[in-house]
Design a protein around this ligand. Structure first.
Ligand SMILES: *Cc1c(COP(=O)(O)O)cnc(C)c1O
Length: 384
């Protein structure tokens, strides 16, 4: 089928997916096999060994390429495995400019793993994209952004970064985990590589760990595929199948995440005990104009502080919610609540954390798709 001529809601269900050629099964089978029989050496049906190719994975890779408006998708065993593959495009001496409000695991692999291999990372504020240019030198190879950011919900102008990246002949990597292709498609805005932790919104049901890359350029795809096959951090077919199944309802889930997110953001903003509410959809969000330009909705990720800004007050709220489950991760159908200062961002020194706005009482919500009245009642009872 001509995948790229359909609108997103159709592509989510059909793109890349054909009935199984041998049985006609409408759903992609889980090809649980490690190898494929050849008629004679080299005479095979495109599949030799399952680290290199698997038909379930192929279907998912084609679906991912179509929904991100790319040409090639590559699947990995986790979002971090996808991140690892991208950084392996680099060589010792190369430099990367990275947005400073970053997923903790991405910061860790850069500073604790790849810094030891001689790759240099500059972590900088990018709310004003022009800030990037002063860090570019002859060793710079890559710009790495995440938008919206976690947990402070900053927004970075993807098109402005792409312009700088192209001008200096760099590669722009955009982690699109938070937004998902339902809310934004960075390849359309000039990014070279889109990265996903499909563990989050793409999978959507908190039942799989999975990562993905999507690109348009065939030569770049070939380099990444070489790394994927050489290093071997590939997902199993069952995990690919779970992500394929998740993708089919991305649009309906995201629509509800956005609706519930908006209502909860406004509820919290009017709550007398709540301090700041960070949500990309507020018109007075510092980068709302950029969000409005590059996003098709504002999602269900919300962070807020308490007027009584201390750990105990935050921990008390966390201990009282019944529907919002206390857990790391995000993007599933169920609502989650977290405390970055003691959970995901606990390893950052307190002073540095607070300087960046990540205060002691900051609470992060991944708003799920439950009934909105029940969710608000849950927060009302927990905050008091
Ligand atoms: C979770 C996450 C990752 C890492 O993905 P895993 O699937 O957990 O390895 C990377 N980036 C962002 C923004 C994430 O939220």
């Amino acid at each position: 089928m001509a995948d790229n001529n359909y609108k997103l809601d159709t592509k989510l269900i059909h793109a890349g997916i054909e009935p199984d050629p041998t049985t006609g099964a409408i759903m992609t089978p889980i090809y649980q096999t490690s190898t494929y029989v050849q008629a004679a050496p080299g005479d095979h049906k495109g599949y030799e060994y399952a680290r290199t190719q698997n038909p379930t994975r192929t279907v998912l890779q084609n679906s991912l390429a179509a929904i991100e408006n790319g040409k090639f998708g590559l699947c990995f065993g986790s979002g971090m495995a996808a991140t690892d593959a991208v950084i392996k495009l680099l060589a010792p001496g190369d430099e990367v400019i990275v947005s400073n409000d970053l997923y903790g695991g991405t910061y860790r692999i850069m500073t604790k793993i790849f810094a030891n291999y001689g790759v240099k990372f500059h972590f900088i504020a990018m709310q004003d994209a022009q800030n990037i240019t002063q860090y570019i030198n002859s060793n710079t190879k890559m710009i790495w952004i995440e938008t919206p950011t976690n947990p402070l919900l900053n927004v970075i102008d993807i098109a402005a970064c792409a312009e700088i990246s192209k001008k200096h002949n760099l590669m722009l990597v955009c982690d699109n985990t938070f937004a998902s292709p339902y809310l934004q498609t960075p390849l359309d805005l000039g990014a070279d590589i889109v990265l996903h932790s499909a563990t989050k919104y793409l999978g959507g049901h908190s039942d799989v760990v999975h990562g993905a890359l999507i690109v348009k350029d065939a030569a770049l795809d070939e380099r990444l595929r070489f790394i994927q096959n050489s290093c071997g951090a590939v997902p199993g077919p069952h995990d690919c199948w779970l992500v394929l199944r998740g993708i089919k309802t991305l649009h309906v889930r995201m629509q509800r995440h956005c609706e519930n997110g908006e209502k909860i953001a406004h509820y919290l903003r009017n709550h007398p005990k709540v301090g700041k509410v960070l949500w990309v959809g507020f018109e007075d969000h510092p980068n709302h104009d950029v969000a409005k330009k590059q996003m098709r909705g504002y999602g269900g990720m919300i962070s807020f502080t308490l007027k009584d800004d201390n750990m105990d007050a935050a921990l008390s709220v966390l201990s009282k919610t019944k529907l919002f489950a206390l857990a790391e991760s995000l993007g599933g159908v169920e609502s989650l609540i977290g405390h970055p200062a003691s959970m995901t961002h606990g390893s950052i020194p307190r002073e540095e954390r607070i300087k960046n706005g990540l205060v002691d009482s900051l609470i992060r919500l991944s708003v799920g798709i439950e009934d909105i009245d029940d969710l608000i009642t849950d927060l009302k009872e927990a905050i008091g």
